[in-house]
Design a protein around this ligand. Structure first.
Ligand SMILES: [Zn+2]
Ligand SMILES: [Zn+2]
Length: 359
């Protein structure tokens, strides 16, 4: 991440160096030119149309503070389209640092409306607009999404006005500052609903179990014979099983119940009854790693990646022990997700290539 943060930091550094150290005009111009070129060419447009389905983890954190993990956010890029699934606090910075194609953001899909999943929505709307997106941004979600979108729009209305007045409507078309809520309704007696089917990309919402948060959705993406399912927050559920059927990558939230139970016991013993009570409440609306792997095995998912990890095992040894403790009957890979993980699923193949954007 430090290296990738480069564009902005490098530009500032170049400006400082060129103005304060050398004093040489030619050198200054060359350095500034380089910085400007990097900014102008920053967005990774090549991922849009390379025939692969890309999954990028732009936030693998949870409400627990962790400077290395932004709030829940995943990006899917395929078939000329680019979606963000949830917009957890801090995730937009990752999106910018890793040069995801801001002007081409096609939509945001919210799994549910807990603050750790929607906190960054205002920045997603305004920063992708500044990045070049000119049309209104669709924001899909369960019933209630209109209220969430309207609230962010209202909160950012002064900002929009300032920017258009300052830069002009040609540079910043006002329509780009707006977002359009699209309610995805799953029938009472059904478990899924089609969200969109465009240019070979098919997105389906599945009802998951995050009671009392209802409805809460997971989203399945399919493109060129490849697929991923993103669970959102859920306990073990039929919707998750159905959505994860034969996927290449199951991106599953997890709560390590053993660690939470120990923590709540210690909190209670120390007299922190309120915190112990809230910790206990977490147990019944998230999924354990064991159940996530069991679901992957039953669904025939080729790989499970954990995200929204509550709590994250504290160091590499603890993380290795945690993974080795899981069901060895599952033949697919089980990975602990980190911010910056990039999965590339080439069309018409079964390969899963990986890179780390944070390196
Ligand atoms: Zn939640
Ligand atoms: Zn959450």
């Amino acid at each position: 991440m430090q290296i990738a943060k480069g564009i902005r930091h490098l530009t500032v550094a170049l400006l400082v160096v060129s103005f304060t150290v050398t004093g040489c005009e030619q050198f200054q111009t060359a350095m500034i030119k380089r910085g400007v070129t990097q900014i102008a060419n920053a967005d990774r447009m090549d991922w849009l149309d390379d025939g692969a389905l890309h999954l990028i983890l732009c936030g693998t954190g949870s409400p627990l503070p962790d400077p290395k993990r932004a709030g829940p956010c995943a990006a899917v890029i395929a078939g000329g389209q680019y979606f963000l699934i949830d917009a957890g606090p801090g995730s937009w910075e990752n999106v910018q640092v890793w040069q995801l194609p801001r002007p081409r953001l096609s939509g945001v899909l919210l799994t549910h409306f807990h603050s750790d999943h929607i906190g960054e929505l205002g920045e997603v709307i305004v920063q992708s607009w500044i990045g070049g997106r000119a049309a209104s941004l669709p924001v899909y979600g369960p019933p209630g999404v209109d209220r969430v979108v309207e609230g962010f729009q209202q909160a950012y209305s002064f900002d929009t006005g300032y920017r258009v007045a300052h830069h002009g409507a040609e540079a910043l078309p006002p329509a780009g500052a707006t977002a359009q809520a699209i309610t995805v309704a799953i029938p009472e007696d059904g478990e899924s609903a089609l969200v969109l089917d465009k240019d070979g990309v098919r997105v389906t919402a599945y009802r998951v179990n995050h009671e009392p948060v209802t409805p809460a959705y997971g989203y399945r993406f399919e493109y060129a014979g490849r697929s991923v399912f993103i669970t959102g927050d859920t306990a073990k559920s039929d919707g998750m099983l159905a959505g994860a059927r034969d996927v290449d990558v199951l991106l599953s939230e997890v709560l390590i119940s053993r660690l939470i139970q120990t923590s709540t016991k210690l909190l209670a013993e120390a007299g922190h009854d309120r915190l112990a009570h809230m910790g206990t409440d977490l147990l019944d609306y998230h999924i354990s790693p064991q159940d996530a792997v069991a679901t992957a095995m039953e669904a025939g998912a080729a790989m499970v990646v954990f995200t929204h990890i509550v709590p994250i095992p504290p160091n590499a040894i603890a993380q290795r022990l945690f993974l080795s403790d899981l069901d060895s009957a599952y033949e697919g890979d089980v990975l602990l997700g980190n911010d910056g993980m990039h999965f590339i699923l080439p069309g018409g193949s079964s390969a899963i290539e990986r890179s780390d954007l944070a390196e």
